[in-house]
Design a protein. Structure first.
Length: 224
């Protein structure tokens, strides 16, 4: 019987740029977020909640085939029609309502213009996005970083798993506590935040799994 894995004690706070460089050396650039337009990225960010990206790709393909992957076209759809198209992404009725709430917001104060939306600036836009029903911090930051090209660090389950396992913060750390941990230790930049998050996801999927993590081959083994 294999001995249960336990995280090693953290000797010191790791240099997060060195952590980034180790992941980059192992995996290379990840070219995130997969999407042809900012609007596609936004819809993908909403659809990916509680589902695998492969399912989101199927839903996005349906939207493209139907010719409705634009704000104006999607807004003309009945909620039931939209739900049917995004069915592969799961929770399709809930996600159709969330997309509808985002479109109401986009066409309200911003007249349906994504450029106008993005022009309001990071702090205000983040606040406004979090006021939209169904958009939480991770989805908001994904929209800010990957669609609006604004420097907002994205935190997800992989981020918390990798770094909490090694004692950088507790299992009960809040989203914003984890986000602050990175923001305070990294130079601010869209390109860096983009690739850093994508590389964390890659590391979490391939090595730092929920059970039976592959620590010996993990590119971060020497940092903790």
């Amino acid at each position: 019987m294999k001995k249960k894995w336990t995280p090693p004690a953290v000797k010191q706070v790791p240099d997060l740029m060195e952590v980034y460089e180790a992941m980059y050396a192992a995996f290379g650039p990840q070219h995130w977020w997969p999407g042809e337009t900012p609007f596609e990225v936004i819809i993908g960010a909403i659809l990916t909640q509680n589902t695998a990206w492969t399912n989101v790709e199927k839903a996005i393909a349906n939207l493209k085939k139907a010719g409705v992957l634009s704000p104006d076209a999607m807004r003309k759809l009945a909620e039931k029609e939209l739900a049917a198209l995004i069915r592969p992404a799961g929770y399709f009725n809930i996600k159709a309502r969330r997309i509808g709430a985002f479109l109401d917001y986009l066409f309200g104060p911003h007249g349906g213009d994504l450029d106008a939306l993005f022009a309001v600036g990071l702090k205000r836009l983040r606040h406004e996005l979090l006021e939209v029903k169904g958009i939480g911090p991770e989805t908001a930051d994904s929209i800010l970083l990957y669609a609006a090209n604004l420097p907002s660090f994205v935190v997800d389950a992989y981020t918390k798993r990798i770094f909490s396992r090694h004692g950088c913060f507790g299992d009960d750390a809040t989203y914003h506590e984890v986000q602050d941990y990175f923001v305070k230790r990294l130079p601010m930049g869209v390109a860096l935040y983009n690739d850093y998050h994508a590389l964390i996801v890659k590391t979490g999927k391939d090595y730092c799994r929920p059970s039976r993590p592959d620590c010996e081959r993990c590119p971060l083994i020497n940092f903790f």
